[in-house]
Design a protein around this ligand. Structure first.
Ligand code: TTP
Ligand code: MG
Length: 376
């Protein structure tokens, strides 16, 4: 959808996301080449690299590279398996943080989002201050760095966020858009893949500037209708709306024990501690919940999730703990527990409807189809 070109858009992209989360969880890895992906099996592994730290990138390692090649390039790197539940949880927190600034928000992947800040800053100076504040809060609260691009539209903002990674901030004012874009290779434009680049290469079009200067009919004759959009992007004139799913689905927190735990009291205490963290996030972001979720992984890696929905919304920590405990008690803990997690979902922005401890007893449904009634 086309819009007038007077907006201020942020594109935020986390730096080496999976590996930065791993380093955050294990600070002893800071400064080391860290590769997240499948098992390298001493160079015999058949999978690929998901991502790697910037230290590992110095060895030429990058996303989607065969893990065997990464091992060959740097056998001493720290090779870690992908821990998707952890990254998803961190991703949710990041997206919550970003939505504190504006509701005109669009998440585009696990680690990137657009914000339209037109209504909350008056110029690019204020936009810069806001971007620095977001970067600082991201670091202070999540322990992670991100790069931000600020520009009059999404395409330029995305290219700008990538321009000075890691920990970058690149601001492209409307009057500088073409000067910024034109020297770049055409492949910097989102949607220009290998095939399009080859076709353009045959036409002697290598930079965005080359494309912007080429007759549009000629481009259409070689690339088809998509050339119209690509050329608009090359000129810095493609304005699409920041829109998408804005609601946060859940807030959760989980812990893997150093040693598997059989003691129900330790499980309860851990769950309560996690519930407190979930609750403080919930309150900070101004949500109430209707569903409490419990996750348990036993020593043999069998994993169960349970959910219980209240009759009405709540923001009460004791409700989370109480419902969590009831669901926990449903498990006969013959096996030891490796991981426990607690969360809340069916979130809504805060309103006057609050559930008391008594109300939750009348829970009616759960999310997984397994009806779990609280024990009497
Ligand atoms: P990216 O944002 O593309 O990469 P990144 O965050 O690791 O590094 P940077 O942005 O600083 O260049 O992707 C986000 C995450 O998505 C990444 O951490 C891991 C995952 N991913 C894959 O699993 N496979 C891939 O091929 C890519 C590109 C990313
Ligand atoms: Mg990233």
């Amino acid at each position: 959808m086309q819009m007038p070109a007077s907006r201020i858009i942020f594109h935020i992209d986390m730096d080496s996301f999976f590996s930065s989360v791993e380093v955050r969880e294990r600070p002893s890895l800071k400064g080391l080449p860290v590769v997240v992906g499948s098992d390298p099996k001493k160079g015999e592994g058949r999978g690929v690299v998901s991502t790697c730290s910037y230290e590992a990138r110095k060895y030429g390692i990058h996303s989607a590279m065969p893990i065997s090649k990464a091992y060959m390039l740097c056998p001493d790197a720290v090779f870690l398996r992908v821990n998707m539940p952890l990254y998803k949880q961190v991703s949710e927190n990041i997206m919550l943080l970003l939505q504190r600034y504006t509701s005109v928000f669009q998440q585009v992947s696990v680690d990137e989002a657009y914000l339209d800040v037109t209504d909350i800053v008056i110029n690019y100076t204020e936009a810069q201050e806001l971007a620095l504040r977001i970067k600082k809060e991201m670091y202070d609260e999540e322990g992670l760095n991100c790069s931000i691009g600020v520009a009059p539209n999404k395409v330029v903002a995305k290219i700008a966020s990538d321009y000075q990674k890691p920990d970058g901030l690149t601001i492209v004012k409307p009057e500088n858009v073409q000067e910024f874009l034109f020297p770049m290779e055409v492949s910097a434009i989102p949607g220009v893949g290998r095939r399009t680049r080859e076709i353009l290469g045959k036409m002697d079009i290598r930079t965005i500037g080359d494309m912007a200067r080429t007759d549009v009919q000629l481009l259409v004759s070689r690339l088809g209708k998509s050339a119209l959009k690509l050329r608009q992007m090359a000129l810095g004139n493609y304005h699409s709306k920041v829109a998408g799913k804005t609601e946060v689905k859940s807030i959760s927190k989980e812990d893997t024990f150093e040693e598997d735990v059989g003691d129900i009291e330790i499980l309860r205490e851990t769950m309560d501690r996690l519930a407190q963290q979930v609750h403080s996030r919930l309150v900070r972001h101004g949500y109430v919940f209707r569903t409490v979720n419990l996750k348990i992984r036993f020593e043999d890696f069998t994993t169960y999730t349970r959910a219980f929905s209240l009759r009405a919304t709540s923001n009460d920590l004791s409700v989370i703990c109480k419902v969590g405990t009831r669901m926990l008690n449903e498990f006969s803990c013959k096996k030891k527990v490796r991981l426990i997690g607690i969360g809340v979902s069916s979130l809504m922005k805060i309103d006057s409807q609050q559930t008391t401890l008594e109300d939750f007893i009348r829970g009616d449904q759960n999310e997984n189809g397994n009806l779990i009634k609280p024990s009497k």
